[in-house]
Design a protein around this ligand. Structure first.
Ligand SMILES: Cc1ncc(COP(=O)(O)O)c(C=O)c1O
Length: 398
């Protein structure tokens, strides 16, 4: 593989301590990110938080610019928030639903998003519909199209298509450009949860055709925890009413009046973690310096090696679906619970995670699958770490 692994590992001091295959949880940050965060925290302690923020205003602005380059959008279309969940909430709860309105989603949808759909449905009488999977286990474009056409223009109109690009619990990459084409054709807003895909593959909001996109800093982007962002297409911004406002998101124009900002910063709050925002910008620039195509090629190849090795172990089953796959690899060991496998691996310095079936109720139970062990590779991982995981697996039990 033509990839400068030495440079990647040199920039990642944590790689000396653990086989970190939990990048879908929180990746190891590169030194550049850690240093930028610490430098700002130090500056806050030395000269004061407001003063440090004033001095770092240019750096914070460059975070918006970096995200705009990453997604192929403008800086006015980016809001910086605490995490992907809050980014998604600001978009979703900014919409209004009436009785009978339909929300279309997929089997791979993230649990928090589904809980929000159900809350909105209970409050407003909107209906949530789960689009079928196709024969590859990805969202069925034919079923999506069929559902969008039912009731089009009248009662039962689809008000929102909300889809997760890469699920929390598998290696699937949903065909979101095809979802975007259906949404555009029908004129239905498209909200994309790209929390697990941003940072591990190229994301271009024009090519995808989404109107809103949400992501987090700490996963494949390798940014600080407690950072995230929301993209909203300029034509959509003023159609979303932020569920809460403050004096940054809006201006108090007269004793009984206020005016909401017209850019995506209407979804932000005034107080924020400046060190985190700066670190996020550094992380995005760092990812761009590798190139997202190169990152995807490397991550996909490593994950394929891992899947191949796991499949050759007796009693181990790999559960990833989809025509196109990414860095997340999910598996079970016969007779051993996912938590126990995860714990044993952790004891041997191999970091993984567990995907609970209860967090994927539209998907895993339908496939007859319980909790899964999730290993997730990034470009700084190597094949030795994959060997380490395979060697540390507990034996299957009958
Ligand atoms: C697909 C998906 N969406 C959203 C989230 C929520 O991200 P955050 O924890 O940054 O709010 C996650 C977190 O694991 C996720 O996997």
């Amino acid at each position: 593989m033509d990839f400068d692994l030495d440079r990647a590992r040199h920039d990642t001091p944590g790689a000396n301590n653990v086989a970190h295959l939990n990048n879908a949880g929180a990746a190891l940050p590169p030194t550049q990110v850690t240093e930028a965060v610490i430098a700002h925290l130090r500056r806050e302690a030395e000269i004061g938080g407001y003063e440090a923020a004033e001095d770092a205003a240019g750096q914070v602005e460059s975070t918006y610019a970096a995200i705009a380059r990453l997604l192929n959008c403008t800086t006015d279309e980016v809001a910086l928030v605490e995490n992907a969940t809050r980014a998604w909430d600001m978009a979703f709860y900014g919409m209004s639903f009436a009785p009978g309105d339909r929300i279309l989603t997929g089997r791979a949808e993230y649990a928090s998003n589904v809980i929000a759909f159900l809350q909105a449905a209970a409050r407003t009488g909107a209906r949530v519909e789960v689009v079928d999977d196709d024969e590859h286990g990805q969202i069925s474009i034919a079923d999506l199209r069929r559902r969008v056409e039912i009731g089009h223009g009248g009662a039962g109109t689809v008000k929102l298509i909300a889809v997760t690009h890469v699920p929390s619990h598998g290696g699937l990459v949903n065909p979101v450009e095809e979802v975007g084409a259906v949404a555009r054709e029908a004129g239905v807003p498209f909200l994309l949860d790209a929390c697990q895909s941003v940072g591990q593959m190229p994301i271009d909001v024009e090519r995808i055709g989404c109107d809103m996109l949400t992501a987090t800093g700490r996963k494949f982007l390798r940014g600080p925890r407690g950072t995230g962002f929301l993209y909203v297409r300029s034509s959509m911004i003023e159609r979303l009413e932020p569920p809460f406002l403050d004096l940054h998101a809006a201006t108090w124009t007269a004793p009984d009046q206020f005016r909401v900002r017209t850019d995506a910063r209407r979804f932000e709050t005034w107080e924020t973690n400046y060190a985190g925002r700066i670190g996020l910008g550094v992380a995005v620039d760092y990812a761009l310096s590798w190139g997202l195509d190169a990152i995807e090629t490397r991550v996909t190849a490593l994950a394929d090696v891992l899947r191949g090795r796991l499949k050759s172990v007796e009693g181990v089953r790999v559960h990833d679906q989809g025509k196109r796959r990414c860095g997340l690899v999910t598996f079970t060991v016969a007779g051993v619970g996912a938590q126990e496998v995860h714990k044993q691996l952790r004891g041997r310095s191999v970091n993984t995670s567990v995907s609970l079936a209860d967090y994927a109720r539209f998907d895993l139970p339908q496939r007859g699958v319980r909790d899964l062990v999730r290993a997730s590779a990034h470009y700084y991982n190597d094949e030795q770490e994959i060997d380490q995981l395979i060697d540390a697996l507990p034996a299957p039990r009958s």
